[in-house]
Ligand binder design. Sequence first.
Ligand code: GLC
Length: 636
Amino acid sequence: MASLVAALLVILMLNGLEPAMSQPYPNYHADFVDIDQAKNEPKWWQTGAFYQIYPRSFKDSNGDGIGDLNGIADRLPYLKELGITATWLSPIFTSPMADFGYDIANFTEIAPIFGSMSDFENLLKIAKQLNIKIILDFVPNHSSDECEWFKRSAARDPEYKDFYVWHPGKMVNGVHQPPSNWVSVFHGSAWQWHEGRKEYYLHQFVKKQPDLNYRNPKVREAMKNVLRFWLAKGVAGFRIDAVPHVFEIAPDAAGQYRDEPRNNGNNDPDDYGYLQHIYTVDQPETINLVYEWRAVLDEFKDGDERILLAETYSPIDIVMQYYGNATAEGAQLPFNFRLISDISNNSNAESYEWTILQWLQHMPKGRTANWVLGNHDQPRVGSRLGTDRIDMLNMLTTTLPGASVTYQGEELGMTNVWISWKDTVDPSACNTNPNVYEHYSRDPERTPFQWSDDIDAGFSNASKTWLPIGPSYKLINLEKERKEPLSHFNIFKQLMQLRKETKTLQVGETEVKAVNRNVLGVKRFRQHDFTYVTLLNIFDGTETVNLKDSFADLTTDMEVVLVTDKSQRKAGDFINSENLQLLPKESLILRSTSTYYTYYSNGEHRQLPIEGVYLLVAQVVLYLSYRRVLTLNSVC
Ligand code: GLC
């Protein structure tokens, strides 16, 4: 009789648990952060806080109105305070600055305007002491036309003759014409006639940026040696510039380059959007080249793993190939620009969900996600998506799995600065005209960092800085934001700290859901740990939500961990997850009030409260001991 009761008890318990166990997860993902098995923790870059420094605009130490390496070295403690893992620097190499450093005249020399090699070594030393990694910008597609390689190539020096993409062009009615209709990213023909060599050279960007010829093995080797030079100095890796442009199609059997087809709807033959770039962008050879560069990094086995961040706005299936494949490793982090390219001011929670899942669902197993909100080529987050969404977006990128990438000044909520045509210096805008330049200019997001409300916003003491200081600097600057508990800066800092100390955010599993059309939710969870939910009320309405309708296994009470100034709550408050009201643009990070035990069965994912599991085990043990006593009794 007693055994029957015990058996019934167990059956009842199992039945009671059934509904919770059988509920499949609607969008369940694992393995977004592949753990370093040897150390049982993520590698240094996998949950890294990356920070882009645009050196011209970060900190000027010598009063010439242009930022420099000593300025950066001086402010590295600021990055430490922010909680930054690694910083990538836009180019600091010798350059005539036709594209502000992206036109390199010597790939292994520091531009005097930024300092000297010993300044750079000093920067590396300080960074090492602070445990901040330094990542350089590797610009493989082109050099400057003032690079020695180009001068020799133009002079047909046998060693360098084919270092660039040269072509005699076509002769039409006795007049030289470019070899093809290809258009430069920065307006006008991508071919430039060279009087010395009497041939055209290709430049996918400005004419002072001739494209290197990657079909020449000598070029590939020369550029690998550039990587080796800086790796030997101790840099942690590279951001690779303009990856999709590196290869263009090879000339056909007759030695000609094919024209690219028209893009209907664009009628300006000088505009990059005029053509479909099927011969100059995303050529299949590029993927393998990135794998070769990764192999160069892997030659350096001393210390921490060196990494590649690849700049590509290509279609998702191409971007994913940059991670590597079954036989070759690629870039650890091909930049994820989807929050820039696919999200606009009007995007609702469903668009956010789709955009985020697009990356996570395409990402090959075992690779690491990353989230980029801005860079020196894109309008600032506050100007793109609204200043009242800055904090919620930082919350989102910090609590999604993987690494986050922040462009300098975004942590303060700096916005685009209007620059007059007279003050405009970006070649992308200068190559157009006063009527349309604003559409092309990247100057607005490149203005000097706003350190304080002093002269030049504390960036410099020059009478004129290279780009004007943003007029908002009295209100938006680091010094002021330090004093305000819920400033963008302080929220950013708390976010970095939270991720650093929260294993669930580092390696936990992820569910992303539009809780309704206006509210996005991100749930992070792992075995034996607290569950976290980030909530973003994207628009201006008040929303009431039941989180349990969207996410399984949440505790009814949840603790508020992080708030922004859009909230009337504060950290430490408790909310009811079944009935939660969110104010306009309110965003929160919540934590469950108990930990969970997670297990898997038949690929289905289920959770039980840890207390339930203990109870179940205790009942089974009791039942078995009881059976044993009964058996012994009957033997006696
Ligand atoms: C990349 C850089 C951009 C530069 C271009 C040419 O897209 O981010 O600033 O102008 O490449 O090097």
